[in-house]
Design a protein around this ligand. Sequence first.
Ligand code: FAD
Length: 457
Amino acid sequence: MNRRLPGTISQCQKILLATHNHAPTAFSSRFLSTSRVNRERQECQVLVVGGGTGGCAMAAKLSSRLGSDKVVVLEPEDKHYYQPMFTLIGGGMKRLDQSHRQMADVLPTRAKWVKEKALEFDPDNNTVSTSGGKTIKYDFLIIATGLQLNYGKIPGLVEALETPGSNVCSIYSPKYVDHVYECLRRTNKGNAIFTFPNCPIKCAGAPQKIAYISDHYFRKMGRRDNINIIYNTSLPVIFGVKHYAEALMKLIKRRNITLNVQRNLVEVRHKDNIAVFEDLAKPGVHYEETYSMLHVTPPMSTPDVVANCKKLVTPTGFVDVDQMTLQHNKYNNVFAIGDSASSPNSKTAAAAAAQSPVVFRNVMAVIKGKAPTDIYDGYSSCPIVTGYSSCILAEFDYNLTPVETFPLDQSKERYSMFFMKKELMPVLYWKLMMNGYWNGPALMRKMFSVLKFNKKQ
Ligand code: FAD
């Protein structure tokens, strides 16, 4: 258990360059590449591990409040992806190059970027060791490492995804997302199968969004009569929130999509176009289905470095935080935001946005020696794109109760919601959220709630 008293803040020290003692340039002070710097020790007030959606938003908020050089972001990637766009890329509505920016342009200039991976967490000594041989000592730690995609856990899947011209695709990785539209264009008969794995995933709506987009695509092309669309999910229901599940069940029926629940993909034999599923209601019972197109949502987990630090995680490998305050249950100077947190919300960027002011205020409270009192209510949202011009905007909390922003029945398919998802949300993400200015739509919801619209309209 960490005994560091909240409020005992060490000043973030200048980076000590063991091999370079010249003053870093503006450029080199932000980019500390492994090749140039060896055996470096570094200290900071706040260390954010992961510069994705949650990490970048937190770094922006905290560095803007605490001032320059107080916040270090540990993030190995060059590119920052706006992952919610991947579904649209799969449907040919956006291009991959529209979904990313250079990490250097997204991370806040007031924070220091260490372009390396976290290799080991040592929460008893408040340190993280990195892939470049550094040991970073922190006063406060925010874990924002997201989820890793475990394609390799399904035998035959990686080979299938990486074989040119194969009929297997996945919107979940920037590496494979472009191939989804290629598969759509090629498929003109047979079974188009869409899967949902047997574990928590990010954006639990995305596996069905791409099925609905595919359905619309095949209809537009006049091929739908020759193609069976099959949605095989490991879950027992189509969607966890009843209000939206009812609307989606009607949609599935109307569009003639086959829904199989408790079906988990366990093997891909791509040379024969066969997918093997386990019936989770009858463990051990496997059956084979042939496909002309197979869209796979991979199993996911927190990155190994997080899951392996048993002091920090729950038995399922998520960072063990209080679901209200997002503070670690054992280490009071550790917080988590986003997909890697154990809070039982639906894992989305929208959830990370709603968590960000809570983590920010609670970190600031703990820095000042106070108890964290800000509460996250589990808000998450999922714009369920149902085709090339329609979307159901699901919004809900920990109780799976709808918390809708707009004075409309959001379980209806609407063009307005589609337009918002496709055109407005990316702008909101890059311009507001990445600069620490977007806290989710709670304020908008309050403003709209005074309007007395008939929700059935
Ligand atoms: P991420 O944004 O994934 O960032 C994690 C970061 O941690 C990465 O930059 C990674 O490089 C870094 N990292 C990992 N390991 C280490 C390490 N060892 N050391 C240092 N850094 C590390 N959300 C929505 O709100 N709406 C949607 O419509 C939506 N659709 C989606 C569709 C798809 C296909 C996908 C894939 C996601 C979608 N999401 C959607 C989910 C959303 O993108 C994620 O929930 C969100 O990005 C999670 O933020 P995060 O900060 O937890 O993780």
